[in-house]
Design a protein around this ligand. Structure first.
Ligand code: CP
Length: 304
């Protein structure tokens, strides 16, 4: 039995397999319509979500399975003080696989150590979000046809943005990937990601506060929301929230085949006028997330 808590729990070969499986699901959906008949997915979300929870649930339904859903921590026994470990043991009695989002870093790992079914990390605090990275990888594969030889700009809240941490981990295993880290000083990438992943893998990177100066060199621009829920101080959030707002004018110097990504939800970081730009891929990411979650559920349930 395997869980996926960190994107590095999956080898490069397994990522390739999942991308190939997702593309086959897109091409032949009917082939997969009953693959999970009789199986149940439990979605345990202790933090708000639209895309991740509902795409997991849509994924399981499209595989012919069923879903048990907990979308509000206040309505569960966590509100009475039940531990993550006991919750995981309990849900293992009802479901074949668990997707868990939690505000505390490491909570899905604790769940995986106590569950008797696979646990998928659906986002833990400001730490990791491996299934968003699966959505991002399918998007990059469909747009660029490769994961190597690319310059990836990551812009916004690189400190608390868990999707950025997981995407850097995933891409750090490919050749000739250059990261351009664009953020305010206060929201720079945590040193554990920079040292343990980027520097350890001898990857090229630059850090800047100026998006426009680096725009022409980017193959991918990954915008992120400033994560209000992780701030201790509302004043700091209000000061930093609009640090970067992508507009059609700012894209004038960008490559013609730039891929503009965002894990969503967006607040102000990308003007709605950019949605008309053929380089905008963020709603494709949403759909790709469902296909990659279908592929992951099949893999962890060992469905052929
Ligand atoms: N990208 C993402 O995790 O979105 P949700 O918070 O809506 O799940």
């Amino acid at each position: 039995m395997r869980s996926v808590i960190d994107i590095l729990d999956l080898s490069v070969e397994e990522l390739d397999e999942l991308v190939a499986c997702a593309k086959d699901i897109i091409a032949n959906p009917s082939k997969y319509a009953h693959k999970c008949a009789g199986k149940k997915l439990a979605t345990l979300f202790f933090e708000p979500s639209t895309r991740t929870r509902l795409s997991f649930e849509a994924a399981m339904y499209e595989l012919g399975g069923n879903v048990l859903s907990m979308s509000d921590a206040k309505s569960s026994s966590a509100a009475k003080g039940e531990s993550v470990a006991d919750t995981a043991k309990t849900i293992s009695c009802y479901a074949d696989i668990i997707a868990m989002r939690h505000p505390k870093e490491g909570a899905p790992l604790v769940a995986s150590m106590n569950a008797s079914v696979p646990v998928i990390n659906a986002g833990d605090g400001g730490h990791n979000h491996p299934t968003q990275t699966l959505a991002d990888l399918l998007t990059i594969s469909r747009e660029k046809g490769r994961f190597d030889n690319i310059t990836v700009g990551l812009c916004g809240d690189l400190k608390f943005g868990r999707t950025v941490h997981s995407l850097i981990s995933a891409l750090s295993r490919y050749e000739n990937v250059k990261f351009v880290l664009i953020s305010p000083e206060e929201l720079k990438l945590p040193s554990y990601v920079k040292k343990d992943i980027i520097q350890k893998n001898n990857l090229e990177y630059v850090q800047t506060t100026d998006l426009e100066s680096v725009m022409p060199e980017l193959d991918i621009l990954y915008m992120t929301r400033v994560q209000r829920e992780r701030f201790f101080n509302e004043e700091d959030y209000l000061r930093l929230k609009d640090s970067y707002i992508l507009t059609p004018e700012k894209l004038e110097t960008a490559k013609k085949d730039l891929c503009i990504m965002h894990p969503l939800p967006r607040v102000n970081e990308i003007s709605v006028a950019v949605d008309e730009d053929p380089r905008a891929c963020y709603f494709d990411q949403v759909l790709n997330g469902k296909y990659m979650r279908m592929a992951l559920i099949l893999k962890l349930l060992e469905v052929k």
